[in-house]
Design a protein around this ligand. Structure first.
Ligand code: NAD
Ligand code: TDX
Length: 331
């Protein structure tokens, strides 16, 4: 299969490209604009006869049209992905997440190309800490931030293009990912690299907010499963039963890095901070037979810490500017 991966130089997209090369015979073309979040080094070492890189923007209709003409399937990861950035400057989120997705849908429609759209559990809003319910594909949309509202908008565009124009698309909404190649602006890599730099980790507010962690490689295997076996028009929620509050995660990072568990600071909370996300992935597991491989968060986190320890050349160039951005906001 000839596969186009948008956003393949980002965190989850690059993990997916590594996964596809290791587990299939597909030919991959990556389309990535190399924003501050994209990094060609995340694709280093992959065989040139399997992976081609195209530097370009998903809002460029001419380029997208050209690429779709030579593609059997598209997996759409490209997005502005960081909530804190969306609170500071929402505009790029509208351009990439909404107009970019629209541009891909129009090309999928014209060329009758199979499309899988990557989305997030944040479209469902948040849950109370003691709510026994978890998100399913029938949970009403209720996004909180400029980021999650643009992802919700992009999901609705995909559903409309399936229904109105017969585009062959599936969707997946995944919980918080961790693993190698994640930008140092995000919670887990920020705290690991802070410790490596001798900076105290920074916890927003009291740190009782819960995220449902999944290793990026498990996200990749789930996406491949949906691409190969998912029913057109369906939405699959991807999660690995990994609920943890931020305070526990930061304390675990410190302990795994041989620091006192309380050696962190509480900083200004995020505006509109979602309290809890939790995924019920029963549909994906029972209908398509998917299971995650990383069932031990402590081990997965320890491996991620090792990766950042040995790959400082990958993250160091972005670290100072990222911390300066947070410092301006008291975070
Ligand atoms: P990321 O910010 O690490 O990577 C995004 C990539 O998209 C970058 O390589 C960037 O250069 C590229 N990009 C941005 N705008 C573009 C444009 N206009 N044209 C072409 N390329 C562009 O993001 P991520 O964390 O890897 O997230 C990838 C996808 O997964 C997103 O759609 C996100 O909503 C979704 N998602 C992320 C998580 C998570 O925990 N990070 C969880 C669920 C879903
Ligand atoms: O320094 C920090 N301190 C802190 O306490 C940072 C950066 C974050 N946090 C908190 C905020 C969240 O409760 O940690 C939690 C995780 O924060 P992020 O890594 O920014 O992720 P989140 O906002 O949950 O969104 C992520 O998961 C869903 C991805 O960035 C999204 O792209 C995805 O859709």
């Amino acid at each position: 299969m000839r596969m186009l991966v948008t956003g393949g130089a980002g965190f989850i997209g690059s993990n997916f490209v590594h996964h596809v090369v290791a587990h299939t015979d597909h030919q991959v073309t990556v389309l990535d604009a190399l924003t501050y979040a994209g990094n060609r080094a995340s694709l280093a070492g992959l065989p040139e006869n399997r992976v081609r890189f195209v530097h370009g923007n998903i809002t460029d209709a001419g380029l997208v049209d050209e690429l779709f003409a030579d593609t059997d399937a598209v997996v759409h990861y490209a997005a502005e992905s960081h909530n804190d950035n969306s609170l500071h400057d929402p505009r790029p989120f509208l351009d990439t997440n909404i107009v970019g997705t629209y541009t891909l849908l129009e090309a999928a429609r014209k060329h009758d190309v199979r499309l899988h759209h990557i989305s997030t559990d944040e479209v469902y809003g948040d849950l109370e800490l003691d709510d026994p319910q978890r998100f399913t594909d029938t949970t009403p949309y209720n996004p909180s931030s400029p980021y999650s509202s643009t992802k919700a908008g992009s999901d609705l565009l995909v559903r409309a293009w399936v229904r109105s124009f017969g585009v062959r698309a599936t969707l997946s909404n995944c919980s918080n990912n961790y693993g190698p190649y994640q930008h140092v602006e995000k919670f887990i890599p920020r705290q690991i690299t802070n410790v490596l730099r001798g900076i105290r980790p920074k916890l927003y507010g009291a740190g009782l907010n819960v995220r449902d962690w999944i290793h990026a490689d498990d996200h990749s295997s789930a996406v491949l499963t949906v691409l190969e076996q998912g029913r057109i028009g369906e939405t699959y929620l991807i999660g690995a039963d990994g609920e943890k509050n931020n305070k526990d995660v930061v304390e675990l990072i410190l302990t795994l890095m041989d620091q006192p568990a309380d050696a962190y600071d509480h900083v200004t909370d995020r505006a509109g901070h979602d309290l809890r996300y939790a995924i019920d992935s029963a549909k994906l597991r029972t209908e398509l037979g998917w299971t995650p491989q990383y069932d031990d968060f402590d081990r997965g986190l320890a491996a991620t810490i090792d990766w950042y320890r040995t790959n400082e050349h990958w993250w160091a160039p972005a670290k100072d500017a990222t911390e300066a951005f947070y410092a301006e906001r008291g975070q």
